[in-house]
Design a protein around this ligand. Structure first.
Ligand code: URA
Length: 235
Protein backbone atom coordinates (compact mmCIF):
# COMPACT_ATOMS: atom_id res chain seq x y z
CA UNK A 1 0.00 0.00 0.00
CA UNK A 2 1.16 3.58 -0.65
CA UNK A 3 2.37 5.40 2.43
CA UNK A 4 0.04 8.40 1.86
CA UNK A 5 -2.99 6.10 1.57
CA UNK A 6 -1.97 4.28 4.74
CA UNK A 7 -1.68 7.59 6.62
CA UNK A 8 -5.01 8.91 5.33
CA UNK A 9 -6.73 5.61 6.15
CA UNK A 10 -5.32 5.74 9.66
CA UNK A 11 -7.17 8.99 10.31
CA UNK A 12 -4.08 11.24 10.28
CA UNK A 13 -5.64 13.74 7.91
CA UNK A 14 -6.95 14.34 4.43
CA UNK A 15 -4.74 13.46 1.45
CA UNK A 16 -3.71 17.12 1.30
CA UNK A 17 -2.90 17.29 5.02
CA UNK A 18 -0.99 14.02 4.80
CA UNK A 19 1.15 15.48 2.01
CA UNK A 20 2.05 18.45 4.21
CA UNK A 21 2.81 16.21 7.21
CA UNK A 22 5.12 14.08 5.06
CA UNK A 23 6.84 17.17 3.68
CA UNK A 24 7.53 18.42 7.21
CA UNK A 25 9.53 15.25 7.96
CA UNK A 26 7.31 14.01 10.82
CA UNK A 27 6.89 10.52 9.40
CA UNK A 28 9.39 7.73 9.88
CA UNK A 29 9.23 4.32 8.24
CA UNK A 30 11.43 1.80 10.03
CA UNK A 31 13.20 4.69 11.81
CA UNK A 32 14.00 6.60 8.58
CA UNK A 33 12.31 9.88 7.67
CA UNK A 34 10.22 9.47 4.54
CA UNK A 35 8.76 12.41 2.65
CA UNK A 36 7.53 10.62 -0.45
CA UNK A 37 3.91 9.51 -0.10
CA UNK A 38 4.23 7.22 -3.11
CA UNK A 39 6.52 4.86 -1.19
CA UNK A 40 5.09 1.34 -0.95
CA UNK A 41 4.86 0.04 2.60
CA UNK A 42 3.71 -3.16 4.25
CA UNK A 43 1.01 -1.97 6.65
CA UNK A 44 1.44 -4.99 8.92
CA UNK A 45 5.23 -5.48 9.00
CA UNK A 46 6.63 -1.96 8.65
CA UNK A 47 7.08 0.27 11.66
CA UNK A 48 5.47 3.62 10.87
CA UNK A 49 5.67 6.49 13.31
CA UNK A 50 4.51 10.09 13.40
CA UNK A 51 6.61 12.23 15.74
CA UNK A 52 7.74 9.07 17.49
CA UNK A 53 4.24 7.59 17.95
CA UNK A 54 3.43 4.32 16.27
CA UNK A 55 0.57 4.41 13.79
CA UNK A 56 -1.40 1.22 13.65
CA UNK A 57 -3.35 0.45 10.54
CA UNK A 58 -7.06 0.78 11.06
CA UNK A 59 -9.08 0.74 7.86
CA UNK A 60 -12.44 1.00 9.59
CA UNK A 61 -13.81 3.07 12.44
CA UNK A 62 -17.01 2.58 14.42
CA UNK A 63 -18.44 5.57 16.25
CA UNK A 64 -21.61 5.80 18.29
CA UNK A 65 -23.40 9.11 18.72
CA UNK A 66 -26.28 10.37 20.80
CA UNK A 67 -28.03 12.26 18.01
CA UNK A 68 -29.73 15.47 19.06
CA UNK A 69 -33.00 16.72 17.56
CA UNK A 70 -32.59 19.10 14.60
CA UNK A 71 -29.73 17.10 13.09
CA UNK A 72 -30.12 15.04 9.92
CA UNK A 73 -28.78 11.49 9.79
CA UNK A 74 -26.98 11.86 6.47
CA UNK A 75 -23.47 12.69 5.34
CA UNK A 76 -24.40 16.08 3.89
CA UNK A 77 -27.43 18.30 3.55
CA UNK A 78 -27.90 21.70 1.97
CA UNK A 79 -30.10 23.02 4.76
CA UNK A 80 -29.52 21.28 8.08
CA UNK A 81 -26.49 20.11 10.03
CA UNK A 82 -25.81 16.41 9.69
CA UNK A 83 -24.47 13.82 12.12
CA UNK A 84 -21.22 13.83 10.11
CA UNK A 85 -20.95 17.63 10.54
CA UNK A 86 -20.85 17.05 14.32
CA UNK A 87 -17.74 14.86 14.06
CA UNK A 88 -14.16 16.07 14.38
CA UNK A 89 -11.84 16.01 11.35
CA UNK A 90 -10.30 12.70 12.36
CA UNK A 91 -13.53 10.80 11.77
CA UNK A 92 -14.55 12.85 8.76
CA UNK A 93 -11.27 11.77 7.16
CA UNK A 94 -12.41 8.19 7.45
CA UNK A 95 -15.44 9.10 5.35
CA UNK A 96 -17.90 7.60 7.82
CA UNK A 97 -21.62 7.51 7.15
CA UNK A 98 -24.60 6.86 9.44
CA UNK A 99 -25.91 3.31 9.61
CA UNK A 100 -29.60 3.78 8.89
CA UNK A 101 -31.72 6.81 9.59
CA UNK A 102 -33.37 8.58 12.46
CA UNK A 103 -35.88 11.36 11.78
CA UNK A 104 -34.65 14.92 12.24
CA UNK A 105 -36.59 15.22 15.53
CA UNK A 106 -35.57 11.77 16.84
CA UNK A 107 -32.75 11.57 19.35
CA UNK A 108 -30.51 8.77 20.45
CA UNK A 109 -28.25 6.01 19.28
CA UNK A 110 -26.82 6.20 15.80
CA UNK A 111 -23.78 4.34 14.57
CA UNK A 112 -21.35 5.87 12.11
CA UNK A 113 -18.81 3.82 10.20
CA UNK A 114 -16.99 3.45 6.91
CA UNK A 115 -17.49 -0.33 7.02
CA UNK A 116 -20.07 -0.97 4.31
CA UNK A 117 -20.40 -4.67 5.07
CA UNK A 118 -21.20 -4.11 8.73
CA UNK A 119 -23.70 -1.40 7.79
CA UNK A 120 -25.36 -3.74 5.33
CA UNK A 121 -25.56 -6.52 7.92
CA UNK A 122 -27.15 -4.24 10.50
CA UNK A 123 -29.68 -2.84 8.05
CA UNK A 124 -30.58 -5.89 6.01
CA UNK A 125 -34.23 -6.84 6.66
CA UNK A 126 -33.13 -10.49 6.57
CA UNK A 127 -30.98 -10.00 9.70
CA UNK A 128 -33.89 -8.72 11.87
CA UNK A 129 -31.70 -6.48 14.01
CA UNK A 130 -33.83 -5.19 16.91
CA UNK A 131 -34.12 -1.46 17.48
CA UNK A 132 -35.42 -0.29 20.85
CA UNK A 133 -37.00 3.15 21.25
CA UNK A 134 -38.14 5.18 24.23
CA UNK A 135 -41.41 6.88 23.30
CA UNK A 136 -43.45 9.62 24.97
CA UNK A 137 -47.07 9.62 23.87
CA UNK A 138 -49.92 12.10 23.77
CA UNK A 139 -52.43 9.60 25.16
CA UNK A 140 -52.02 6.74 27.65
CA UNK A 141 -51.45 3.36 26.00
CA UNK A 142 -54.12 0.84 26.92
CA UNK A 143 -53.30 -2.87 27.06
CA UNK A 144 -55.70 -3.45 24.14
CA UNK A 145 -53.79 -1.02 21.92
CA UNK A 146 -50.52 -2.48 23.15
CA UNK A 147 -51.58 -5.88 21.83
CA UNK A 148 -52.44 -4.40 18.43
CA UNK A 149 -48.99 -2.86 18.21
CA UNK A 150 -47.33 -6.09 19.26
CA UNK A 151 -49.24 -8.34 16.89
CA UNK A 152 -48.59 -6.39 13.71
CA UNK A 153 -50.16 -3.52 11.83
CA UNK A 154 -50.84 -3.14 8.12
CA UNK A 155 -49.00 0.12 7.51
CA UNK A 156 -48.93 -0.16 3.71
CA UNK A 157 -50.61 -2.24 1.04
CA UNK A 158 -47.84 -4.85 1.13
CA UNK A 159 -46.38 -4.24 4.55
CA UNK A 160 -47.54 -5.60 7.86
CA UNK A 161 -45.21 -4.85 10.77
CA UNK A 162 -43.53 -7.85 12.35
CA UNK A 163 -44.14 -8.73 15.99
CA UNK A 164 -43.05 -5.88 18.22
CA UNK A 165 -42.37 -5.77 21.95
CA UNK A 166 -43.96 -2.96 23.95
CA UNK A 167 -43.14 -2.23 27.59
CA UNK A 168 -45.36 0.34 29.28
CA UNK A 169 -43.69 2.52 31.91
CA UNK A 170 -46.49 2.53 34.51
CA UNK A 171 -45.29 5.46 36.59
CA UNK A 172 -45.69 7.81 33.61
CA UNK A 173 -49.48 7.30 33.61
CA UNK A 174 -49.02 4.92 30.67
CA UNK A 175 -47.80 7.76 28.47
CA UNK A 176 -44.21 6.52 28.12
CA UNK A 177 -43.23 3.19 26.64
CA UNK A 178 -40.35 1.25 25.17
CA UNK A 179 -41.01 -0.34 21.81
CA UNK A 180 -38.69 -2.81 20.10
CA UNK A 181 -39.06 -3.40 16.37
CA UNK A 182 -36.91 -5.36 13.96
CA UNK A 183 -37.67 -3.35 10.84
CA UNK A 184 -36.89 0.20 9.84
CA UNK A 185 -39.58 1.57 7.54
CA UNK A 186 -39.81 5.33 7.11
CA UNK A 187 -41.32 6.92 10.27
CA UNK A 188 -42.27 3.42 11.38
CA UNK A 189 -42.69 4.01 15.11
CA UNK A 190 -44.62 7.24 14.62
CA UNK A 191 -46.86 5.59 12.03
CA UNK A 192 -47.53 2.58 14.26
CA UNK A 193 -48.75 4.80 17.09
CA UNK A 194 -50.74 6.97 14.70
CA UNK A 195 -52.47 3.83 13.44
CA UNK A 196 -53.80 3.11 16.93
CA UNK A 197 -55.00 6.70 17.33
CA UNK A 198 -52.12 8.01 19.43
CA UNK A 199 -49.27 10.41 18.74
CA UNK A 200 -45.54 10.26 19.39
CA UNK A 201 -44.41 13.44 21.14
CA UNK A 202 -40.81 12.38 21.75
CA UNK A 203 -38.74 9.56 20.33
CA UNK A 204 -35.30 8.31 21.26
CA UNK A 205 -33.45 5.20 20.11
CA UNK A 206 -31.81 3.51 23.09
CA UNK A 207 -30.57 0.21 21.65
CA UNK A 208 -29.58 -1.31 18.32
CA UNK A 209 -29.05 -5.07 18.29
CA UNK A 210 -27.16 -5.63 21.55
CA UNK A 211 -25.57 -2.19 21.51
CA UNK A 212 -26.92 0.12 24.22
CA UNK A 213 -26.78 3.92 24.22
CA UNK A 214 -24.67 4.67 27.32
CA UNK A 215 -26.31 7.06 29.78
CA UNK A 216 -23.03 8.97 30.04
CA UNK A 217 -23.10 9.88 26.35
CA UNK A 218 -24.85 13.26 26.27
CA UNK A 219 -26.79 14.68 23.31
CA UNK A 220 -24.42 15.48 20.45
CA UNK A 221 -21.57 13.50 22.02
CA UNK A 222 -19.90 10.59 20.27
CA UNK A 223 -17.11 8.10 20.82
CA UNK A 224 -15.56 5.04 19.22
CA UNK A 225 -16.99 1.69 20.20
CA UNK A 226 -15.02 -0.27 22.77
CA UNK A 227 -13.74 -3.75 21.94
CA UNK A 228 -16.58 -5.23 23.97
CA UNK A 229 -19.16 -3.20 22.06
CA UNK A 230 -17.52 -4.22 18.77
CA UNK A 231 -18.08 -7.86 19.70
CA UNK A 232 -21.74 -7.08 20.37
CA UNK A 233 -22.38 -5.60 16.94
CA UNK A 234 -20.33 -8.17 15.05
CA UNK A 235 -22.06 -11.01 16.89
N1 URA B 1 -39.38 5.42 13.74
C1 URA B 1 -39.74 6.71 13.50
O1 URA B 1 -40.91 7.01 13.34
N2 URA B 1 -38.77 7.63 13.48
C2 URA B 1 -37.45 7.35 13.67
O2 URA B 1 -36.61 8.25 13.65
C3 URA B 1 -37.11 6.02 13.92
C4 URA B 1 -38.09 5.08 13.95
Amino acid sequence: MRLDKFLANSGIGTRKEVKAILKSGKIKVNEKIVKDGKMQIDEIKDDIKMEGEKITYKPFVYVMMNKPSGIISATEDGKHKTVVDLLCEKYKNYKVFPVGRLDIDTEGLILLTNDGILAHNLLSPKKHVDKKYYVELKEPLTSEKKKILENGIKLEENFVTKEAKVEIIEKTELKSVFITISEGKFHQVKRMFKFIGNEVLYLKRVKMGKLLLPEKLKLGEYRELTEEEMKLILD
